[in-house]
Design a protein around this ligand. Structure first.
Ligand code: PLP
Length: 294
């Protein structure tokens, strides 16, 4: 990724109820090191993050991303982020984005070992080129997530449903998918329910209804999936959150991976079995997602 701009957020100012947080945002030079060696984000992956898609300078779904950041922070016992301060940071960074597609990352780390304050920063980078994933689709393989559907309630310390910085497992799953000749993975519980992809939500169309796994399954509630549901409902389509058996992948006549930067990537094969790509609806969804102005 080409880093283009970055801001450090002063945690001391986050207790204030100021209307102007500009003094608490320090511009960083993205080409020089900015973090201390004792950073717990680097040492332990101990922190939470968000990736926000930006198109022609417009950051998408900032409210839902900030709410999810706060939710992740609460699950991890991190100090509650001051959302007005983070919103100010997103606005400041978006002003640097310019034309085309970019990605803003919000990072809230537990901070430097032995110190009480968190570390918080925001980056801006050029988005990768997702044209072929949106047009031709992605081949996925199903991978065992290693736990049953009811584990989030029984083991909250697994932090399922928090967008933590510990994405090593997610990246390992994508590498395994590539070793198996696919582009991406779909996680499945040990008792056979569909969850999500390592960096995206999954959407199935079955008998004309649009279904996605319920967030209670310990998955992230995708901001893109929320947007897509609003669009589908507005055009009169029926949508549902359900516990989705992985066997439903065989019943789906179309399926997509949904995420903030890649947007709607149609699934073209599951475990080597082709699925027809609905190009018309995929273009409609991506046209809608790209055209959002907030
Ligand atoms: N699930 C996981 C594990 C993710 O990492 C992501 C995106 O980063 C999503 C789902 C989709 O979330 P969003 O649409 O908000 O990008």
């Amino acid at each position: 990724m080409a880093w283009r701009f970055a801001l450090m957020i002063d945690p001391a100012a986050s207790a204030q109820e100021s209307a102007d947080f500009s003094h608490s945002l320090r511009v960083l030079d993205p080409s020089v090191p900015a973090l201390e060696l004792g950073e717990l984000s680097a040492q332990r992956g101990d922190g939470v993050f968000e990736s926000i898609g930006v198109v022609d300078g417009h950051p998408h779904e900032v409210g839902p991303h900030l709410e999810r950041l706060a939710h992740s922070a609460a699950l991890c016992d991190l100090p509650a982020p001051n959302l007005a301060q983070w919103r100010a940071a997103v606005e400041r960074v978006s002003a640097e984005a310019g034309p085309g597609e970019s990605v803003i990352k919000l990072i809230l780390s537990r901070g430097v070992e032995g110190r009480p304050a968190p570390t918080a920063w925001v980056t801006l980078a050029t988005a990768p080129d997702n044209a072929s994933a949106r047009r031709d689709g992605v081949r996925v393989v199903t991978l065992d997530r290693g736990y049953p559907l009811d584990v989030p309630g029984r083991a909250p310390w697994l932090l399922l449903g928090a967008k933590t910085l510990s994405y090593a497992v997610n990246m390992a799953a994508i590498r395994e998918a590539k070793r198996r000749g696919a582009d991406d993975a779909l996680f499945v519980t040990t008792d056979g329910f569909l969850l999500e992809a390592p960096t995206a939500s999954v959407l199935l169309r079955i008998d004309g209804r649009f279904v996605t796994p319920a967030p209670s399954a310990g998955i992230l509630h995708g901001t893109t999936q929320l947007s897509v549901f609003a669009h589908l409902e507005q055009r009169g389509s029926s949508t549902a959150y359900e516990d989705v058996p992985a066997s439903d992948l065989k019943r789906a006549d179309a399926a997509w991976l949904l995420s903030s930067v890649r947007l709607a990537a149609p699934i073209s094969a599951v475990d080597g079995r082709p699925i027809v790509v609905d190009h018309g609806l995929t273009d409609e969804l991506n046209g809608f997602l790209l055209g959002r102005r907030g």
